[in-house]
Write a protein that binds this ligand. Structure first.
Ligand SMILES: Cc1cc2nc3c(=O)[nH]c(=O)nc-3n(C[C@H](O)[C@H](O)[C@H](O)COP(=O)(O)OP(=O)(O)OC[C@H]3O[C@@H](n4cnc5c(N)ncnc54)[C@H](O)[C@@H]3O)c2cc1C
Ligand code: FES
Length: 366
């Protein structure tokens, strides 16, 4: 009897699975939604073939929303206000949306499939985001797993960005990897150099894009990217600044420092860079030089686990306890953080305990 019940349940499950698969295949290959209209801000109309995601349909019209995961529904970056025609909110979107965003009809554009005419709202800044072709003019090794790429823009193009923003680099197919992916990388060069961008990329073991960059990409190769994206940039105030970064989180901070130097910023600035040991430090001399060039700047590398061979005399352990000593007036201090989510969480918590307001803490975590 039990065997019969198990057999029947098994057959039902297999049939259910087959039916679901058939529905997906039918939806993908047989459903014809015809031509649909995307109404953008009530001002611009884009005709697209129905059946694709809102994100990729906009891409096909040279409108590039942020999408750090390349449309996999795992980054939550591709938010967009859908006024009409977006269909019901999907379970895949909910984890990335706050109750306020849901009530304002914010959706993940990679999860919204275009099946009929749709009305959306986009901030004007989105229209500044473009696709660029570039040549890799140099690849520089910084540590055993961090490289800086210099990408010279082709076709006399120029890019206007704010120090701290990022691009999305499109990888090429290589080895057994048959897919091209798009990944976010903060710009490490100065915003006044508009004919190139530099990025600092740390190798993620088995990572699709970083393996391509570290093991396959060569000087002279052509690449494509879109940008600029993001709201991690220096606010135009006279408050003291504390920069905190780790690993490749150096990239946007380097760009910000170069910009602050160029505008002769009189602001009081501290930079704490966290690394495990001495071999993970880079650009050290370059950053100490800013102490002589900027009006009021201190660089503090902090090692969490220096080895005996490092003969390290500097700061050790966690960064957070050192921050207390450099905050002159917590109401007049901004913090810019870039590094792993764990580092961002623990440093933000400490900064708030030292009296820095949440609205004065800015970060990009990756
Ligand atoms: C706004 C923003 C700015 C960024 N700027 C930079 C930058 O300047 N420099 C830089 O090196 N990276 C940066 N990143 C991270 C970058 O976009 C990629 O996520 C990262 O390079 C991994 O891509 P991949 O294709 O090699 O790995 P994937 O193929 O996407 O991932 C492979 C595996 O590694 C895991 N993984 C993914 N990312 C990490 C990670 N960072 N650490 C550990 N495991 C990971 C995944 O969960 C997966 O299991 C940024 C991310 C964001 C969102
Ligand atoms: S592109 Fe990452 S969630 Fe949509």
């Amino acid at each position: 009897m039990i065997i019969l019940v198990l057999q029947t349940t098994g057959i039902m499950m297999v049939m259910g699975g087959v039916l679901a698969a058939l529905l997906v295949i039918a939806e993908r290959y047989l459903a014809d939604y015809g031509e649909c209209n995307i109404d953008i801000n009530g001002k611009r109309q884009e005709k697209v073939k129905g059946g694709s995601s809102l994100l990729s349909s906009l891409n096909s019209r040279n409108i590039y929303l942020a999408s750090a995961c390349g449309g996999r529904g795992s980054c939550g970056f591709c938010k967009c206000k859908v006024i009409e025609g977006g269909g019901p909110l999907l379970p895949t979107e909910k984890p990335f949306l706050s109750p306020e965003e849901i009530s304002e009809n914010i959706r993940l554009s990679c999860q919204v499939k275009i099946k009929k005419d749709i009305k959306i709202e986009l901030p004007e800044a989105i229209f500044n985001i473009r696709k660029f072709k570039a040549k890799v003019s140099s690849i520089r090794d910084y540590t055993h797993d961090i490289k800086e790429l210099t990408l010279d823009l082709k076709d006399s193009s120029t890019i206007n960005f704010k120090a701290g923003q990022y691009i999305q680099l499109h990888s090429a197919r290589y080895g057994k990897v048959k897919q091209s992916v798009s990944r976010a990388y903060s710009i490490s060069s100065n915003q006044s150099s508009t004919d190139l961008v530099q990025v600092i990329i740390r190798l993620v073991p088995k990572g699709i894009c970083t393996t391509w960059v570290h093991e396959y990409l060569k000087e002279g190769d052509d690449v494509e990217f879109t940008g600029p994206y993001g709201d991690f940039y220096i606010r135009d105030t006279d408050k003291d600044i504390i920069f905190i970064a780790g690993g490749s989180g150096m990239a946007p901070i380097k760009s910000m420092l170069e910009w602050l130097l160029e505008i002769n910023s009189p602001r009081k600035i501290f930079y704490f860079f966290g690394a495990r040991c001495k071999e993970d430090l880079y650009l050290t001399e370059y950053l100490y030089e800013f102490e002589n060039k900027l009006a009021d700047f201190e660089y503090h590398p902090v090692l969490s686990q220096p080895g005996e061979e490092d003969k390290w005399q500097g700061k050790t352990g966690y960064i957070t306890p050192y921050l207390k000593d450099v905050i002159r007036d917590s109401k007049n201090t901004e913090a810019y953080l870039c590094g792993s989510p764990g580092m961002i969480n623990s440093v933000s918590k400490g900064l708030k305990e030292y009296g820095i307001s949440e609205s004065d803490i800015f970060y990009d975590s990756f």
